[in-house]
Design a protein around this ligand. Structure first.
Ligand code: HEC
Ligand code: HEC
Length: 165
């Protein structure tokens, strides 16, 4: 006589199979709905290029054009780290050498005709004045980023802190 499975076990199996079916059909339903929503949003959102279809890519922009010598960029608020007005490709910062400080440290900055890092950069986190760049300022790009002199793609009404009164 074949060993029949206890009734409880068979029932458990049936319940499991049904649950799996329900979950699967829920997932399928959700997928259909979300495809519908995505299509609808896709029809409403238009890219900056309008309805144009791109059939070729532009050449990569020239890195040189990132530079705007003399003057630099204005600051939007008093404590803003000034933006870097020149290209920084290849300027390495390692424990042994900080290429930025070749031009921005005192007294080398005079020869490089670069602005010296401000005195705040020679003060450590306990307020102690140092003779070399503070560890908290060592990685310049934590705070300073290069900025291209590019026109904004989208018009905006941003006002800097001196314009907001
Ligand atoms: C070869 C010399 C040289 C090196 C190396 C160099 N800079 Fe400069 N930097 C300059 C000169 C010169 C200026 C000012 C003239 C200009 O507008 O380009 C300047 C301007 C700046 C300014 C703008 C300051 C202001 O008040 O507007 C920042 C910020 C700056 N550099 C950060 C950096 C950082 C960060 C690095 C390293 C990733 C770096 N620089 C490496 C020469 C250098
Ligand atoms: C923790 C953020 C921070 C780091 C890191 C930092 N800076 Fe600055 N930097 C600032 C701020 C904020 C200012 C403007 C206020 C001031 O002068 O302290 C500034 C100002 C400057 C200026 C303009 C000085 C002036 O008198 O106009 C130069 C140049 C500069 N930083 C270069 C550097 C270089 C090079 C490094 C890396 C060795 C560096 N900074 C690291 C935040 C930082």
């Amino acid at each position: 006589m074949p060993v029949s499975q206890p009734r409880e076990k068979t029932m458990n199996k049936t319940i499991k199979a049904h649950t799996a079916l329900i979950v699967l059909s829920l997932i399928a339903g959700l997928a259909v709905v979300s495809v519908g929503i995505t299509q609808e949003i896709g029809e409403r959102v238009r890219s900056l290029g309008g309805g144009e279809v791109l059939d070729r890519l532009n050449a990569a922009p020239e890195i040189e054009r990132q530079s705007v010598s003399d003057g630099g960029f204005g600051r939007a608020y008093r404590q803003q780290p000034p933006l870097i007005p020149h290209k920084i490709t290849g300027y390495q910062i390692s424990p042994a050498n900080n290429r930025c400080m070749d031009c921005h440290d005192w007294p080398g900055h005079v020869k490089a005709k670069a602005p010296k890092v401000s005195e705040t950069h020679y003060v450590d986190r306990l307020g102690k004045r140092l003779d070399k760049i503070s560890g908290t300022r060592y990685f310049c790009q934590q705070c300073h980023v290069p900025q291209a002199d590019a026109k904004p793609l989208v018009e905006n009404d941003f006002l800097n802190s001196t314009q907001v009164k």
